[in-house]
Design a protein around this ligand. Structure first.
Ligand code: G3P
Ligand code: MG
Length: 233
């Protein structure tokens, strides 16, 4: 079962910052999950549309200039990184799941991914683009058929994972509150990987492993590593 550090090892360091990604690598996470918004000609790694929860600034991310945004600190400590900075930092050492939050994918997302393969030691299959907005994923897949995509859901649909197969996704990412054995089996029969978010409790980690899920997103990758390997009982 793959362990993706959700927003990095965000139990230990400010979420979606280089400090959290460093902790994720220390924990030997198989991947990191990051959230991204386009801003000017960059993609910004940040979870919220509004800045107030994580920085001293009020208002929306999209209303700042890139220069203004770069002066902010997450929890007064860490700068807000760009996608390029994160990909350069990881340098192919683990998978990166890039979750599109506010997206205009025509703003060169794939240019950044190609750059990571050409200059930052990534294999194309290490980069997964996911979103709750399935229209964005469909457009991305149409324009770039080789790109691995992950279809997110917070529900267990009547037709289970059919929507992800329709999208030609590599994986379906489902909320831990709604994943069932029937959903996992259906997704596997369709040739899809099943990744579950956000899983921080040992009991859930064990149950999901027994269900045969392919991976979890967790804020606590070192705990997950110990639970999955049987070191934490
Ligand atoms: O990608 C899984 C998970 O991150 C989706 O929810 O709100 O934590 O970005 P959220
Ligand atoms: Mg996310």
């Amino acid at each position: 079962m793959l362990i993706f550090a959700h927003r990095g090892a965000s139990f230990e360091a400010p979420e979606n910052t280089i400090a959290a990604f460093s902790k994720a690598l220390d924990a030997q996470a198989d991947g990191i999950e990051i959230d991204v918004y386009p801003l000017e000609d960059e993609w910004i790694v940040f979870h919220d549309r509004y800045l107030a929860r994580l920085t001293a600034h009020q208002g929306r991310l999209q209303d700042l200039t890139l220069a203004q945004l770069r002066t902010l600190k997450v929890f007064g400590q860490q700068t807000i990184p760009t996608l390029d900075e994160v990909l350069d930092y990881i340098g192919g050492r683990c998978h990166v799941n890039i979750e599109l939050k506010g997206a205009d994918i025509k703003r060169g997302l794939t240019r950044h991914l190609r750059r990571a393969v050409a200059q930052a030691n990534f294999q194309p299959e290490q980069l997964i683009v996911s979103s709750f907005n399935h229209h964005w994923l469909a457009q991305l897949k149409h324009d770039h058929p080789q790109q691995l995509i992950g279809a997110l859901t917070t529900s267990c649909p009547l037709t289970y994972a059919q929507f992800a197969q329709t999208l030609q996704a590599w994986s379906v990412h489902i909320d831990v509150d709604f994943v069932t054995q029937e959903f996992v089996d259906d997704a596997h029969q369709r040739g899809l990987k099943v990744l579950v978010f956000t899983v921080d409790e040992p009991d859930d980690m064990r149950d999901l492993k027994a269900m045969g899920v392919d991976g979890i997103f967790t804020n606590h990758p070192s705990l997950a590593r110990n639970v999955i390997s049987g070191l934490f009982v």
